[in-house]
Design a protein around this ligand. Sequence first.
Ligand code: SAM
Length: 257
Amino acid sequence: MTQDKLDLLIDLHQPNPRQGPGGDAQTELALRLTGLDPAAPLTVADIGCGTGAATLALARLLPQAQITAVDFLPPFLTTLQQRNKAAGVADQVTPLAASMSELPFADAQFDLLWSEGAIYNMGFENGVKNWRRFLKPGGVLVASELTWTTNTRPVELQAFWDAAYSEVATAADKIRVLERHGYSPLGYFVLPETCWRDAYYRPLQAGFNDFLCRHGNSEAARALVAEHEQEIALYEANSMYFGYGVYVARRITFPQT
Ligand code: SAM
């Protein structure tokens, strides 16, 4: 992607409460499924945090936790810090500009690794495999990931996602990936459609006109809006076939033999 397009993408998404589908109630549900003690001084990383939708919810739900909020886009982290300050949780959150595929973490540093709508950037399997060592034994990974919610689907839809993100699979397949890489599944649920429509797409669409004005209705800005409108139309036409699955899984450690 060119720097110009990346700058446009940042400008389009930065004003919004979240940069992907999700919701506070779903973050809370996933946290409950981890079985971790919310009153404990947990060490947490939110990987691909964007402007901090999940970071803020986690800081509120885990008042004793220290959260490292990681994103490779510094402007998102600037907004995240402003939101943390406004919410009174800045002392719990350390922003970190880093790539999710080269995280500067120590082995067994975290009780909880969190990633909403972001692990696909390095591929689900690659992510769960590479991040596992950052978890303490018994630590928990929570990741949301594009998932087929039915066993069959229109051929064109399959072809579209095969080209765009070849790892889209059913929950059974995703859980097998987790098991293959040393995790024990604790829970799985699908984000409701409101997490796409009301929490993500509607605020995004509401900002299209201002975004186009900020960029003088340039061809590049119009093309980016058109891309997002196509994505929204694809979701609206096919939401019965795919969604975001939320996967909760514990790192297992095998006894030494
Ligand atoms: N978790 C946030 C949320 O739900 O609102 C953001 C989700 S957004 C779809 C994906 C995020 O991953 C973006 O903030 C993007 O900057 C970040 N990202 C993409 N590739 C990355 C990489 N290689 N390393 C770190 N962050 C990355």
